[in-house]
Design a protein around this ligand. Structure first.
Ligand SMILES: [Zn+2]
Length: 285
């Protein structure tokens, strides 16, 4: 599942390919978008910018409208040169945006909507920039307050709530908890103010560190990139606990535990020694 860092990189690549150039072609299998395009043609308009808000990707048109797409589990955007062979089957195509140099294809994008500036600001599903760890407008203190307001929920669940902090996905959830020594099943109410600060600061730092690496003006299509939270450059050692059940903790050698967590039963990993449960009784791993 794409996390905030993946969507951010996709937005950056789409921005490099699309922004500042006139749209020469638009197609979609979404009837609402097609109808919209017939009434207010997107061809001829410029794309001003492309940005990421949590797991939403926003394409802003010069006419003032914004195409908002959500990737959910399987959606992705690819960028091709005209005539280049697509990496996914045509019947997975949902949206195509073209300019003279590039073709951006949204494959299996499950949610796509046109917004005005007003409807975008009003839509509570789409995170505002102040809640997104990758936005320059991210407000740290407000994020800490929102975490605190979920006192009776486990910190692992709260980290996945995109209305609290946008951009943290399931991999970073486990990694942030490990790096801060916080048990993912600990209730927010059981954490110290220092721990909550550390969790929010680490979430911002780890997600941001994973979008710094693609350099120059390279245009990447959407691909899973190796995430890294440790300092190791060895691909087999790039995460602390995620995906390592039963393997020794990289800090203390205790076996890493795994358990499904929260209403959506998302998989969670932790080290029972480095991340003690407040009160001392661990959950079964
Ligand atoms: Zn450990």
């Amino acid at each position: 599942m794409p996390e905030g860092d993946t969507i951010f990189r996709t937005a950056r690549s789409l921005g490099r390919a699309l922004a500042g150039r006139p749209v020469t072609g638009f197609r979609s299998v979404f009837p609402t978008l097609t109808r919209f395009h017939e009434d207010t043609p997107l061809t001829g308009q410029f794309i001003d910018s492309v940005d990421a808000r949590g797991k939403w990707l926003l394409i802003h048109f010069s006419g003032g409208l914004t195409l908002a797409t959500h990737m959910l589990m399987n959606g992705s955007w690819h960028i091709y040169h005209p005539g280049q062979r697509w990496q996914k089957p045509r019947f997975h195509m949902r949206i195509v945006l073209e300019n003279a140099d590039y073709i951006a294809v949204g494959f299996k994008v499950p949610v796509a909507e046109m917004h005005t500036a007003q409807s975008l600001a009003r839509d509570r599903r789409i995170p505002q920039p102040s809640t997104d760890v990758l936005s320059g407008e991210f407000n740290f203190e407000e994020a800490v307050s929102r975490v605190r307001a979920h006192a009776n929920e486990a910190i692992g669940d709260v980290l996945l709530d995109q209305k609290v902090i946008a951009g943290v996905g399931n991999v970073f959830k486990s990694e942030v908890c490990f790096v801060t020594g916080v048990h993912p099943f600990a209730l927010v109410a059981a954490l110290t103010p220092e721990q909550i600060h550390a969790v929010v600061a680490t979430a911002q730092k780890l997600v941001a560190a994973n979008v710094l690496e693609d350099s120059g003006d390279r245009i990447l299509t959407y691909r899973g990139q190796q995430r890294r939270t440790t300092h190791s450059s060895d691909p087999s050692e790039c995460l602390w606990v995620y995906g390592r059940p039963g393997e020794p903790c990289r800090r203390c050698a205790e076996p890493v535990r795994r358990r499904l967590q929260g209403p959506d039963a998302r998989v969670t990993f932790w080290c029972p020694r480095c991340q003690p449960m407040p009160g001392g009784v661990d959950v079964d791993g």
